[in-house]
Design a binder for this molecule. Structure first.
Ligand SMILES: [Zn+2]
Length: 77
C-alpha cells in the first residue's frame, strides 16, 4: 500500500526579456522602469539615453521598448 506523493509540477512561466538592445550605442543595457501608471521611463544603462513613453494597459516591457526605439529613430531621421 503506497500512497504516492504527488509532485506538483508547475509549468515554467515564460519570462519576457527585461533588458533590451540600445539603438544608440548597440549595447544590451536598456531597461524599463515605470514612472507612474501612465508614463514609463526607458533608459540605457550604458550611454544614458532615456525616453519617456506612455503606457497602455496592455503594454509589456517589450512594447515600451518598441516605442523607445520608434522615438529614437524618428528623432534621428
Ligand atoms: Zn545606449
Amino acid at each position: 500500500m503506497g500512497r504516492r506523493k504527488r509532485k506538483i509540477v508547475r509549468p515554467p512561466r515564460k519570462q519576457l526579456p527585461k533588458i533590451f538592445l540600445c539603438p544608440r550605442c548597440g549595447v544590451n543595457a536598456v531597461y524599463v522602469t515605470s514612472k507612474d501608471e501612465t508614463q514609463a521611463l526607458v533608459t540605457c544603462g550604458n550611454c544614458g539615453f532615456k525616453v519617456e513613453v506612455p503606457i497602455s494597459p496592455t503594454d509589456q516591457p517589450v512594447d515600451l521598448y518598441c516605442k523607445f526605439t520608434d522615438k529614437f529613430y524618428s528623432r534621428h531621421s
